[in-house]
Design a protein around this ligand. Sequence first.
Ligand code: ASN
Ligand code: ZN
Ligand code: CA
Length: 332
Amino acid sequence: VQTANATGTGNGVFVGSVSLTTTLSGSTYTLKDATRGGQYTSTLAGKTSGKGTVYSKTTNTWGSGAASNGESAAVDAQYGAAVTWDFYKNTFGRSGIRNDGVGAYSRVHYGSNYVNAFWDDSCFCMTYGDGSGNTHPLTELDVSGHEMSHGVTSNTAGLNYSGESGGLNEATSDIFGSMVEFYANLSKDVPDYLIGELININGNGTPLRYMDKPSKDGASADYWSSTVGNKDVHYSSGVANHFFYLLAEGSGAKTINGVSYNSPTYNGAAVTGIGRAQATQIWYRALTVYMTSTTNYKAARTATLNAAKDLYGSGSTQYNAVAAAWTGVNVS
Ligand code: ASN
Ligand code: ZN
Ligand code: CA
């Protein structure tokens, strides 16, 4: 049989109506994208192991937008993998999570009432649960970008997943997950500095995390302290999430895409942001060139200053903004 790329239409739970590159083999379409390293999406149909069954059918329209249609979560996952691929390719020239042109596959409908999503290096794959009541899939775009960025981190800096390096690992995923959201710029998932704002994981409509002021979640750290490495990595990440927000957007009150932020600083001194594009380049270069498995917050300051020096020069506006943003989160 002949195999060719095709252009399908998806209707996801969170992404809305999107175009998907699929594969036509004979008269069967599969949710597989040969233009992005062969990335595909399969269903585990409630199981918790195995590669699952790749989505396939004789028409090239997928999902209905409703979570009750199992294909809708698959559309989100396949689109999330595509946008994450494009973000890394077009922002940094990185070809896939390992920079080897190979796409990661995604599995949806993992287990029952599973309220999480995760990256796994050993299968080189992404997995999503269906959330509480199996009605709230975890397939939001910033979650896709977050989880697949764990793969990038483990193939580059290799930040250990505990202590301060674990917080930096988690923050790297929140930072790039959010930048994937800005890259996609969907009208149904308006880009923001909130993590998981659409999946209603807390049951009251609040996001999982806030980058402008991480303590708004009731547990994350806004500022470095000598005990911050004792916190869960999803809370010690707050220091670096806050640093990145300050670097990109600056301190104080700001409204972006209709969302209001108010980012404080430790010393009360104002920080002027340099914009998302340059902040993103600085973090990526720090991660891929300077950070190692044991990088802590102090070393992250040095790593990002080195990256800013390489990219924009020592003493540049960008270099000085990196220093000011770290000082703003009590990392000196
Ligand atoms: N969703 C979680 C995370 O990426 C999974 C985990 O605990 N590693 O942080
Ligand atoms: Zn994570
Ligand atoms: Ca978000």
